[in-house]
Design a protein around this ligand. Structure first.
Ligand SMILES: [Zn+2]
Length: 493
């Protein structure tokens, strides 16, 4: 059976990849595309945030099933906001130990729904070996003790040392968990200035080493984080150089097979992204201050627990170009008030909430337009889902053909993705998605004026390219959840 390597480049933008390929500046990707299938449009999760999207890739489900709603979300079980460390300020405020524990342990061991098996778990039960190199999601049956670099333990007073993290047969999480280094130690960029091994060169080096030493598992995910930072800083349309750097890393892995031809004879290689990004306008009018807009409600602080004493009304959880407003009490009163405030701002492209069982509403900010939607109805979409619709279809840029078929425009797979954000775990909420060029400002939100951002329902944040090489494939209307069944099928499971 041919092995599989899945390379995931954070925030890979389809237009920029296409440009880099056309200019011949990414020889490895060009080779893979030439000898494989190039899909220019694969739909990501909503919100288009890394923990959500990578959970969708590794479980083949959306957040309403896999249970990871966002980068920042409200956990009704503990009545607190969960933040995986969106900004340095929030890390300091919440406490480094809590943030690290959320990201390293709770995300995989608690937040990711135990009922949705990961690719690693399913493949290993089927008798295949699997591996994860620096990918966020690594839940599997083996237990690894963490070795915290001295500096992290010192700074965080982190009592995590020797606590167990679960993973597949090969697990690398930066300097914390990795196979023994081979060759020159300084070829593995580590330490505080290299994010403790969470960088492209470290990921590439470990992947190449596994191939070279004959330890390549049957299925392996290799994650490249650097492009996301680059894109946030310089804007998605200027990510050419960082995509080229990821290409060098993939090229070095392919080299280990002896030749690139041999690499794709022996291994199916997939290159894709988790989500993409949109350019944010420069200037304060492009930042939508939701803390301020909702200041008349009693807002839960990021470190507080919601209880009878503090009587908090809402929890604002910003996810860059998307936000959750959780309603903590008197839902029938507070929810409509929150919606009414948000609907006055034209920069809120969509404002959505659950009306009742299988009935949802979405409004367009700054207009009177609204649309009710429910699963199962007379309108069919391209994914084989059917919908009952009532209201103004332009709220999600959808139109219906003469034969009752739904065509999505600027908001791919809008209904399923909105529902998945509204139904992820428990808790009443309003979900907002920003118009093109805008980003949400709130306590705990990173901001990227004049740079790049993501999170929204919109096409530019939501579509990634995918190259599949070493295996003939024909797929239409691809979504990132399709990777899961595609890889299982390849292994005959
Ligand atoms: Zn990002």
């Amino acid at each position: 059976m041919k092995k599989v390597i899945l390379f995931v480049i954070d925030s890979l933008h389809p237009v920029v990849l296409e440009r880099v390929l056309a200019q011949g500046d990414a020889p490895a990707f060009r080779f893979l595309a030439k000898h494989g299938t190039y899909i220019d449009r694969v739909v990501s999760s909503f919100p288009t945030m890394t923990p959500v999207a990578t959970s969708s890739m590794i479980t083949g489900t959306w957040p309403d099933r896999h249970g990871v709603p966002g980068f920042i979300w409200y956990n009704e079980e503990i009545r607190k906001i969960v933040d995986y460390g969106a900004t340095w300020q929030s890390v300091l405020r919440i406490g480094q130990e809590k943030v690290l524990r959320n990201l390293l342990i709770k995300l995989n061991e608690e937040h990711l729904n135990p009922e949705t098996p990961t690719l690693y778990e399913t493949l290993e039960v089927g008798g295949y070996s699997t591996g994860c190199v620096n990918f966020f999601m690594h839940r599997a049956t083996r237990r690894y003790p963490t070795e915290l670099p001295f500096l992290i333990s010192l700074v965080t007073h982190f009592g995590l040392n020797h606590e167990k993290v679960s993973g597949p047969s090969q697990l690398t999480l930066g300097e914390l968990i990795h196979p023994p280094f081979s060759g020159r130690l300084n070829s593995y960029p580590r330490g505080i200035f290299h994010r403790f091994g969470f960088n492209d060169a470290f990921s590439g080096k470990i992947a190449a080493q596994l191939v070279q030493e004959g330890k390549q598992p049957d299925f392996m995910v290799v994650y490249f984080p650097d492009n996301d930072r680059y894109s946030h800083q310089y804007g998605p349309l200027r990510t050419g150089p960082s995509i080229e750097r990821a290409d060098h890393q993939v090229a070095a892995v392919l080299d280990e097979f002896g030749s690139w031809e041999k690499a794709i004879e022996e291994t199916m290689i997939i290159v894709t992204g988790d989500h993409s990004q949109t350019t944010v306008g420069f200037g304060s009018e492009y930042l939508i201050d939701i803390d301020c807009a909702l200041k008349s409600f009693k807002q839960l602080k990021s470190t507080e627990e919601a209880n009878e004493d503090n009587n908090k009304e809402i929890a604002i959880c910003p996810n860059e170009r998307m936000a959750f407003i959780y309603i903590l009490q008197r839902i029938n009163e507070i929810l409509p008030d929150v919606v009414s405030v948000l609907s006055k701002d034209v920069r809120n492209a969509q404002i959505a909430w659950k009306v009742s069982e299988n009935r949802y509403c979405v409004l367009q900010g700054g207009t009177e337009k609204q649309l009710f939607f429910s699963r199962l109805g007379t309108y069919q979409d391209v994914y084989g889902q059917s919908w009952a619709l009532e209201g103004d279809l332009s709220v999600v840029d959808v139109y219906v053909t003469d034969d009752q078929k739904i065509k999505f425009g600027k908001f791919p797979d809008a209904f399923t993705r909105l529902i998945s954000a509204l139904e992820a775990r428990s808790g009443s909420r309003v979900v907002i998605s920003a118009a093109s060029g805008y980003e949400y400002l709130a306590v705990g939100a990173p901001i990227h004026s004049g740079g790049g951002s993501h999170g929204s329902l919109e096409e530019e944040d939501s579509t990634v390219p995918m190259i599949i090489s070493g295996m003939p494939i024909s797929m239409d209307n691809v979504r990132i959840i399709d990777l899961f069944p595609m890889i299982l099928r390849h292994f005959g499971l």
